[in-house]
Design a protein around this ligand. Structure first.
Ligand SMILES: NC(=O)c1ccc[n+]([C@@H]2O[C@H](COP(=O)([O-])OP(=O)(O)OC[C@H]3O[C@@H](n4cnc5c(N)ncnc54)[C@H](O)[C@@H]3O)[C@@H](O)[C@H]2O)c1
Length: 361
């Protein structure tokens, strides 16, 4: 691991010439995946509700649930799919379980069916450690029981089950990456803990910690997620579930301390009441991923330094809090997060991922 900048990547898997459809390719993780695939010579098409910031990217803009949109995405043939499009917010999944099911399950089924008919041989799926409920052993590994606590977790688990059957029945190799809390460059629109902390630092607002701050979560860098996705696309060993996390969990207090150390900001915090039902710990065992050729390149200090590099020069004056959004951007002490703030990964029953806060790039 290098001490500054981006740690060197391992030898890139051979994706040259591969035709890859990336659903959700305009999102936070998707933009990293699309860039990496294009840099390595893959022919990439993005299917997303929203435009991709790079106009040179081949884009089908629309809803994955719409068969015509999927047909356009797969037109001309497709070798492999990276499936990232989803309702990603735990809170939204609780408020809109029907939409969550339609997007995360029904549209996923449609994609599997259309992709195999189009000749795709592999599909990589962004799943989550939230498919497992509360920890039942010292660490969550691939053998953990599926006991999701939210519509978000359950629909991701259902997606995994659909894929298991598509691999068994049709030979479409599906690899599901059970991601922990993903952070990294390009997360300005996210509302997970690292982004919230960055907003508090830039705006001078107070960060609210739910409870005593000793609850622990695993944080994995977006570039490490990309490494896993590329390996999973190309390496036949990647099939079924694989836990993708750093393997080193941090408490909220440790995360806050790291952000203070990185930014040099005092970063005021206050403690609020604990969130009912929040899991005290998410600790993962990433040994299967490591046995399959992956290893996390970023420790948290290195990763946060890269995130801060981006945020420190961001034009944050134009920040606008969206309705129902994290008020952190509007000032005050609403930059609350409990460490499970990445509602899409924490497994916490009441997720805290809200609508994003718009910040001018
Ligand atoms: N970020 C994390 O911490 C994390 C953790 C675990 C799992 N994941 C999973 O990784 C994937 C990517 O997450 P992200 O953080 O980049 O999320 P994101 O919200 O930034 O990106 C998701 C993208 O999917 C698109 N999308 C949503 N519904 C769609 C639909 N019906 N049709 C077409 N496009 C649609 C959105 O427009 C967006 O661009 C998601 O499946 C998420 O559940 C993320």
């Amino acid at each position: 691991m290098s001490q500054g900048g981006s740690p060197a990547a391992a030898a890139p898997p051979a994706v040259d010439g591969l035709r890859v459809l990336v659903t959700g390719g305009s999102g936070f993780i998707g933009r990293h995946v699309v860039r990496a695939l294009r840099e390595r010579g893959a022919t990439v098409r993005v299917l997303d509700l929203v435009a991709h910031p790079d106009p040179s990217v081949d884009l089908v803009q629309g809803d994955l649930a719409d068969p015509a949109v999927r047909a356009a995405g797969l037109e001309g043939g497709c070798d492999a799919v990276v499936h990232l499009a989803a309702v990603t917010s735990v809170l939204r999944s609780l408020e809109q379980p029907d939409l969550t099911f339609a997007t995360n399950v029904q549209a996923t089924h449609g994609l599997l069916e259309d992709a195999r008919r189009a000749g795709a041989r592999a599909l990589v799926f962004a799943s989550t450690n939230a498919v497992c409920g509360p920890m039942e052993g010292p660490a969550i590994d691939e053998g953990a029981r599926l006991r999701p606590l939210t519509p978000y977790g359950s629909t991701k688990a259902a997606g995994e089950m659909l894929m298991w059957a598509y691999t068994a029945s049709y030979g479409l190799r599906c690899a599901y990456l059970r991601l922990t809390n993903v952070y990294g460059p390009g997360m300005q629109a996210k509302d997970s803990i690292v982004a919230r902390l960055m907003r508090c630092v830039r705006l001078g607002t107070t960060f609210e910690i739910y409870g005593d701050g000793t609850q622990v979560r695993d944080y994995v860098h977006a570039h490490d997620v990309v490494d896993a996705a590329l390996l999973a696309l190309c390496d036949e060993r990647w099939q079924g579930p694989t836990v993708i996390g750093s393997g080193r969990s941090l408490s909220v207090l440790e995360v806050v301390e790291q952000v203070r150390a990185t930014t040099g900001a005092p970063l005021a915090v206050r403690h609020g009441p604990p969130k009912p039902g929040e899991m005290p710990a998410v600790i993962v065992d990433n040994s299967r991923a490591c046995a399959q050729g992956w290893s996390p390149r970023y420790d948290f200090a290195t990763g946060v330094a890269g995130v801060w590099e981006e945020w420190r020069t961001l034009d944050i004056e134009g920040a606008v809090a969206l309705p129902g959004g994290a008020g952190a951007a509007a000032g005050g002490a609403a930059g609350n997060a409990s460490g499970s703030g990445a509602g899409d990964a924490s497994g916490a029953p009441a997720g805290t991922e809200r609508e994003p806060v718009r910040i001018r790039p």
